[in-house]
Each structure stands twice: as C-alpha cells, then as structure tokens.
Design a protein around this ligand. Structure first.
Ligand code: GSH
Length: 85
C-alpha cells in the first residue's frame, strides 16, 4: 500500500513545485492543499505543523516539513520506506 501524502502549498511557491516534482518522481500521489485564498486552511497548516512557510508535507499522519526536510529524509534513506508503508 502507498502512504497518503498531503502537501499544503501555494501556487506561486517554487519550493512547492520542487517538492511536488520530487514526490511524483517517487511515484507518490500527492493531495495538494492550496492556501492562496484560504485562511482557514493556512491556520490548519500552522496548527498541525507549527510552521508558517510552504510547503508543509505530511506522509500519513507524520509531519515531514518542507522541501529541504524532504530531501534530507531521502538522503538518510528514510523517505522510500515511509512512502511504501
Ligand atoms: N526550507 C523551506 C523553505 C520554504 C520557503 O522559503 N517557502 C516560502 C515560499 S516559496 C515561504 O513560505 N515564505 C514565507 C515564510 O517563510 O513564512 C523548504 O525547503 O520548504
């Protein structure tokens, strides 16, 4: 089974695009939650992640962080097992 991936993002964010590309290359299906004009969604992201920057990525219930966190996790060999869980 492939783990569900959710990503809070905005349309203008370069890190969001890079994160999406990175995840899609891994074969992940990403639910994109656009904050651009949705202040409730932005509040939800901040409350779940404790961060204000986009993207904020979740794999299942686990908070991963942003693009650089995602790449670091992959370099540590921990991303693929999480996605495959
Ligand atoms: N290290 C972060 C950087 C993300 C970042 O700088 N995102 C910008 C948009 S592209 C942002 O949200 N800036 C506003 C803020 O930091 O509150 C990552 O890799 O995701």
């Amino acid at each position: 089974m492939r783990m569900k991936v959710r990503m809070y993002c905005t349309h203008s964010c370069g890190y969001c695009r890079m994160a999406l590309q990175f995840l899609e290359k891994k074969g992940a299906q990403v639910d994109k939650l656009y904050l651009d004009e949705d202040s409730a969604l932005r509040k939800e992201m901040i409350s779940l992640s404790g961060r204000t920057s986009v993207p904020q990525i979740f794999i299942g219930d686990q908070h991963i962080g942003g693009y650089t966190d995602l790449v670091e996790l992959d370099m540590d060999g921990e991303l693929d097992p999480l996605l495959a869980a």
